[in-house]
Design a protein around this ligand. Structure first.
Ligand code: IPD
Length: 290
């Protein structure tokens, strides 16, 4: 009897989302070429939710390229959550259907200033479960990938998180987020202060949530937390961190909610809980309620 196409896939060792993953990798690499070239050119910069929330024509160009190529390759996939489309009013809802979650340039402020810490992030979820993530650190040509149950890699080298459990020995990463009103800044700075009082070795801000999360996945930092990031900053990186052995959770200490605009991630669960306990909440609302 002729094997079904599903059985043939098992025999050849092909998983159900392999083609999607390969296409995501190719698109992230292509997008990286565009961003590298545009980095040194003049840019038209606009603002979105605040004076620190920037967008350029390259963000739009890269997003359009990724979404249109995915639509061509996978015509049955109709769900896209993409940063700039959402900024223009598209709904940001995760349904059980295959869903692509895209940040065309993460670190747009870095990109505008030619600070070379800029990435493209493509995540993919089915039945609200993250299947894979692809993040291209395009200025350093590092490709981070993670696939559910298949490990996490950077340029082919397997990633492994730090096993540190002691906050007094931790290097912690965070990002400022777009709100800059006095009350928000006060809590942001007080959260940093709390971690420094707990004797963390350092708290770093590099200007790209996705790349900070990739550093965590690589074991180059012990923890990450942020209020004000979005599902497109988090989706791909979450798979990469989990596959590198790390924990990604809500700042309340509960399970991760991709739409809640807040996260704690760490190499160990113990470290994530210590960070979560130290933090005061900054309320950014939810991505799926905007
Ligand atoms: C932003 C960056 C920034 C972080 C923001 C993100 P964008 O993404 O990652 O570091 O503080 O919360 O939204 O706007 O550059 O794609």
């Amino acid at each position: 009897m002729k094997p079904s196409s599903e059985e043939e896939e098992v025999v050849r060792g092909v998983g159900p989302w392999d083609e999607c993953f390969e296409v995501a990798v190719q698109l992230a690499l292509r997008a990286g070429q565009i961003i590298r070239k545009a980095l040194t050119e003049e840019k038209h910069v606009s603002t979105k939710t605040s004076a620190a929330d920037l967008v350029t024509e390259t963000d739009h160009r890269v997003e359009d390229l990724i979404v249109s190529e995915l639509q061509k390759r996978f015509p049955s996939h109709s769900r896209f959550i993409a940063e700039e489309a959402t900024a223009s009013g598209a709904k940001c809802v995760l349904t059980p259907s295959p869903t692509w979650i895209i940040d065309p340039i993460d670190g747009t402020c870095n990109f505008v200033h030619r600070f070379p810490t800029v990435a493209v992030s493509i995540g993919f979820a089915v039945h609200q479960e993250l299947e894979f993530g692809v993040i291209h650190h395009c200025t350093e040509e590092r490709l981070y990938t993670g696939r559910r149950g298949q490990g996490a890699f950077c340029n082919g080298q397997r990633l492994q998180v730090s096993r540190e459990t002691d906050l007094a020995k931790a290097l912690v990463l965070t990002e400022i987020g777009p709100k800059r009103d006095p009350d928000t800044l006060k809590v942001f700075l007080s959260n940093m202060e709390r971690l420094l009082h707990a004797k963390a070795h350092g708290v770093r801000v590099i200007g790209s949530s996705t790349l900070a999360l990739c550093y965590l996945a690589s074991g180059a930092a012990d923890a990450y937390y942020q209020f004000g990031l979005h599902c497109w900053d988090l989706a791909a990186a979450t798979v990469i961190i989990r596959e590198a052995g790390g924990t990604v959770m809500d700042t309340s200490g509960g399970p991760l909610d991709l739409m809640s605009c807040r996260v704690v991630a760490a190499g160990t669960r113990e470290m994530a809980v210590l960070i979560a306990q130290a933090l005061q909440t900054i309320n950014y609302g939810r991505d799926d309620e905007k």
